[in-house]
Ligand binder design. Structure first.
Ligand SMILES: NC(=O)c1ccc[n+]([C@@H]2O[C@H](COP(=O)([O-])OP(=O)(O)OC[C@H]3O[C@@H](n4cnc5c(N)ncnc54)[C@H](OP(=O)(O)O)[C@@H]3O)[C@@H](O)[C@H]2O)c1
Length: 208
């Protein structure tokens, strides 16, 4: 299986690339900058240079799954990456018959309109992407983590379609969730919020 990781030069995307490679999965790292491509190739990934602001359909050719981990500065135009960019990928995946699509969204999208700027437009853009993916024909999973940290992963989670609390989660654990969802074919057409908790990762994902 060859997997396109979008946002591969980012903190979460880089961890996804590393974890998938460690599990023997072929990875195509989508990046905007050639220097980033070289770094990821050094880890064993293939690379493709593409920008979500423009056509990205060529980046998906031959892949069997797409993982969206891209992020944008809160101060910028969140729709460009989080909504229009995500929709470009969703439409390209549908056209090319690439069924599996994992979207990193965010906890809080369900009440985005109640949040202050700049969170509100960012989370509203992500909510629109969730809706577009939910309305697609794809075998999607939408992962909605709490605030991301660079702490070491704990492998322990709390997840639910809607959590009753906010919280944090290490990027290591988000990458581990994505890797398990993909390689064990879990969470199809599911959307869930997730923060660090007490339940071992495999057990938590088995409840989906
Ligand atoms: N930060 C949080 O607390 C939090 C909480 C919940 C959810 N999330 C979501 O979790 C995901 C990962 O977040 P992160 O903080 O780990 O990411 P990050 O380190 O900020 O990385 C973002 C990635 O997106 C890429 N990117 C930005 N604009 C792009 C474009 N136009 N075309 C293609 N790639 C583009 C960046 O590429 P360059 O290297 O070229 O800039 C980078 O690889 C994001 O979707 C974010 O919204 C974040």
């Amino acid at each position: 299986m060859s997997v396109l990781v979008v946002g591969a030069s980012g903190k979460t995307g880089g961890r996804v690339v590393a974890q998938l490679l460690a599990r023997g999965t072929e990875v195509r790292a989508m990046v905007r900058r050639r220097e980033a491509a070289a770094t990821l190739e050094g880890l064993g990934a293939q690379s493709v240079v593409a920008d979500l602001s423009y056509d990205v359909s060529y980046a998906l050719g031959g892949c069997e799954a797409v993982i969206f981990t891209a992020g944008a500065e809160l101060a910028g135009d969140p729709e460009a990456v989080h909504y229009r960019g995500a929709v470009r990928l969703i439409e390209a995946a549908e056209l090319q018959g690439i069924d599996r699509f994992i979207l990193v969204s965010s906890l809080g999208t369900s009440y985005a309109e109640r949040l202050p700027e700049p969170l509100r437009p960012y989370l509203e853009a992500k909510r629109k992407a969730e809706a577009a993916l939910g309305a697609s024909t794809l075998a999607y999973t939408i992962v909605k983590p709490g605030n991301l940290t660079d702490d070491a992963g704990t492998g322990r989670l709390e997840l639910a379609a809607t959590l009753e609390r906010v919280g944090t989660i290490p990027r290591d654990d988000v990458a581990a969730i994505i890797t398990e969802l993909l390689l064990r074919d879990l969470g199809l057409r599911k959307s869930f919020e997730v923060v660090s908790g007490d339940i071992p990762l495999a057990d938590a994902l088995a409840t989906l």
